[in-house]
Design a protein around this ligand. Structure first.
Ligand code: ZN
Length: 154
């Protein structure tokens, strides 16, 4: 059978019916449950789930919601490379800090080396990049053009 791409466009979700979520449960076996449309949309937008082709009311987990497995999947996705400096990374960093409401999700989490993770701490991503830039330049002033988003490799 021909393989079809999973869909991540939430507008294609069949929001008038019950949404079925397929996920790997205990013993690595596929299980399912009914969930609210709002939760389904959040799970898709945060990168946990995608819509099954031809079944617009069924979503499937492409990332685990079990933290231990999730962590391994993020490290693998980012090839164990710090997304801020490019050195080997083994920790998970929240782009939008968890303390400020950022989700522990594929969309909001990246691999970071310990040094970037510690220096970033609870600052937001924008602030983090600004601080780094100031440190490198040894100046206390900066403008928007100095921000280098190219350092983020997704
Ligand atoms: Zn780093």
């Amino acid at each position: 059978m021909q393989k079809r791409q999973l869909i991540d466009d939430v507008s294609l979700l069949h929001s008038n019916s019950h949404i079925i979520q397929l996920f790997k449960g205990g013993n690595n076996r596929w299980e399912w449950r009914f969930i609210h449309t709002e939760l389904a949309i959040l799970l898709i937008e945060e990168g946990f789930c995608k819509i099954v082709p031809y079944y617009p009311n069924i979503i499937i987990n492409v990332f685990s919601q079990n933290y231990k497995t999730f962590r391994k999947q993020i490290l693998r996705r980012d090839k164990h490379t710090c997304q801020y400096c490019g050195k080997p990374g083994h920790t998970i960093d929240h782009i939008h800090p968890a303390s400020q409401g950022g989700f522990t999700s594929p969309r909001n989490c990246v691999t970071a080396c310990l040094s970037c993770n510690v220096s970033k701490a609870d600052t937001t991503l924008d602030l983090f990049l600004v601080n780094e830039q100031m440190e490198e330049d040894g100046v206390q002033e900066w403008n928007m053009e100095q921000l280098s988003f190219s350092r983020l490799r997704y």
